[in-house]
Design a protein around this ligand. Structure first.
Ligand SMILES: [Ca+2]
Ligand SMILES: [Ca+2]
Ligand SMILES: [Ca+2]
Ligand SMILES: [Ca+2]
Length: 302
């Protein structure tokens, strides 16, 4: 239970039976009006996608050499960002350093839930089997043009990089990758690895990186392994980032405001929770929807 503010008038438990009809009246009134103002749909995540249409490249996505160009056809669909002269151990589809965009910033505040990209390997000069695609969140350490001091967190995905067509028995074509990003976690989530490019001991936390992402990168392979230098022809399309509206206590229908529609949901669920693990109106998590939950909702009204 949340400690009430001193200036709140708290109904003693004995007053509960009297409160409910009053709110039920409000509820009934709203029901009559509600055809004109139905609550919005649940959820409401927003995904930003760079399609590379019309020369657009938000975040200045790059394959790292500056040789990339927007190929007008054969993307997924349409234009895509290609580098067909890449010499690298480990191609990396990455936003550019020192560029503010929708892809970087305070992931916790943005309430990022996932990021993704579509990739194609048109050619590699040797076999590239068994390389997982790795998501990397990088902090530039305040020195965007010195990469050696950068640090961050990575997650090795379950799906390997796309096979090149030429040497591995037929083109795999475009492959989509999506990664969950637990931006609200306050400790390093399972499977994530904190890293420093200079190999020094880790002197930062998950909170430091998830609240200050300078660069978003999709890396060809496990970044802790060494790979041979190859020639590549690679492409990316539809790099994307999904954010959810930040949850406000009491916003039970997830539309970003706490109002009478949330109150209605709370009143509908009034009383003992059927399943305490799935009882969203129980705002203070004590197993019952009652006046204490109502107070939390009213505190966040608006
Ligand atoms: Ca495209
Ligand atoms: Ca740096
Ligand atoms: Ca709401
Ligand atoms: Ca409760």
């Amino acid at each position: 239970m949340t400690a009430p503010k001193p200036n709140h008038v708290i109904a003693p438990p004995s007053a509960l039976p009297g409160i409910k009809p009053r709110f039920a009246l409000i509820a009934a009134t709203v029901m009559l009006l509600s055809p004109l103002a139905m609550p919005q749909a649940l959820g409401g995540g927003e995904t930003f996608v760079e399609t590379f249409d019309n020369g657009s490249n938000v975040g200045q996505w790059t394959w790292g050499t500056g040789n990339q160009f927007i190929n007008p056809i054969n993307g997924n669909p349409g234009p895509y960002l290609r580098d067909n002269t890449l010499q690298s151990c480990c191609p990396a589809a990455t936003t550019s350093f020192n560029v503010d965009s929708v892809y970087v910033g305070n992931y916790r505040e943005m309430n990022v839930t996932s990021v993704g990209i579509d990739l194609v390997t048109n050619f590699a000069s040797s076999g590239v089997d068994g390389r997982p695609l790795t998501l990397m969140l990088i902090n530039d350490n305040g020195t965007p043009f010195n990469f050696a001091d950068d640090w961050g967190a990575y997650y090795i995905g379950p799906v390997n990089i796309p096979f090149p067509g030429v040497l591995s028995g037929g083109p795999q074509g475009w492959t989509s990758y999506d990664f969950q990003v637990p931006s609200q976690s306050d400790s390093t989530p399972e499977g994530w690895v904190l890293f420093r490019f200079d190999g020094e001991p880790i002197d930062f936390t998950w909170n430091d990186i998830i609240t200050d992402v300078s660069v978003l990168r999709f890396n060809y392979g496990d970044p802790s392994m060494i790979f041979p230098f190859l020639g590549w022809d690679v492409g990316m399309d539809n790099p994307r980032i999904t954010t959810e509206p930040t949850a406000t206590p009491g916003d039970l229908n997830g539309d970003g405001v706490v109002n009478v529609f949330d109150l209605l949901i709370l009143l509908e669920d009034w009383g003992e929770c059927g399943d305490p693990d799935d009882c969203p109106a129980d705002l203070n998590d004590d197993g019952t929807v009652n006046v204490f939950d109502l107070l939390i909702l009213l505190e966040n009204w608006g």
